[in-house]
Design a protein around this ligand. Sequence first.
Ligand code: PLP
Length: 404
Amino acid sequence: MKKTTGTDRSITSKWRPATRAIRGGTWRSEHGETSEALFLTSGYTYDDAATVAARFAGDEQGMTYSRLQNPTVAMLEERIALLEGAEACRAQASGMAAMTAALLCQLSAGDHCVSARAAFGSCRWLVDELLPRFRIETTVIDSADNDAWETAIRPNTKVFFFETPANPTLDIVDLKHVCDLAKSHGITTVVDNAFATAALQRPLEFGADVVAYSATKLMDGQGRVLAGAVCGTEKFINETLLPFQRNTGPNLAPFNAWVVLKGLETLSLRAHKQSENALALGKFMEGRVPQMLHPGLPSHPQHNLAMSQMDACGPIFSFVVDGGRKQAHAILDALQLVDISNNIGDARSLMCHPASTTHAGMTEQARQEMGVVEGMLRINVGLEDIEDLKEDIDEALKAAGLES
Ligand SMILES: *Cc1c(COP(=O)(O)O)cnc(C)c1O
């Protein structure tokens, strides 16, 4: 393997984001391929016994086993780190593998974790079910309330865990305030940045410690593979995350890493164009449906905060109809172009009913507290022509009894 400029931080740190997305992390084999090579290998061979001994001792750089390193995965990790502005990144098998690793690698029995109430269903399961099994205390709060974060702090609070914007309520966390508060108490912030990605929001710039990802969503961007990532300081990644990851094995397959690596090349273009479409569709629907949950619209109670920490509103928003599950399902069933799908971040427009899908595993009461009501629908706005999307939504709303 030949080191290229993409692997040299003294060079890449001067590159602007668009250049990092295309060339960051690139590491070429002796063939000089333009597109990154896919290394489907679990193991490595060595010229002699002394070499392998030196690598295992850490005296010599080089690959030893793909649970520890793989060239294709390493390229993805470096590219994500560069986009995030992070010292280091480790790819994970999925978004949930990333969240699990980011929490379990640093929490122990007796520690306390404060988490946002509005969150992806499986993230809430980690906090509500998994952590308490290991005697890690958890408190779930209204993450949009700055005071609630402070009130929840205990002497043993070690981690703040939240997503912003949150899935599917689009609640926004005040990144600067909450990260500053955490810092002043020696608490580590773990931010799930799946809805925005580094193309639209970089939590480290606001003082976050760890950024964790479902790369399945906008980073892949074409609905192909599951993937995840955890970004942070070299010290956190190498000393806290890596011992956990190397010995428990939630690794990303090289093929999936390669797919996401190519997705990153168009991430910024897609994230901005999808945000533009989501804003146009939101404006089109506002007034037509009883409630919009859209960070890009001034009607969102945290619109100004959202726009002060995001470069654009992102492709995802939710809305609520008065007729409960029946009317929400009627809208889904009337769609001709937009697909019924619980995935997000895809170049295709997708709509889902969170209460009966992504958040079906929670109790009715927990859903109510989070605001995931029966009349809520969530849409991921894709790259189709906005006029076709407006026509499809217009017809579906009409079919469900919502006249223009
Ligand atoms: C999808 C999602 C996850 C989980 O990611 P997977 O790749 O599906 O495991 C976690 N957090 C948020 C906010 C998500 O949208």
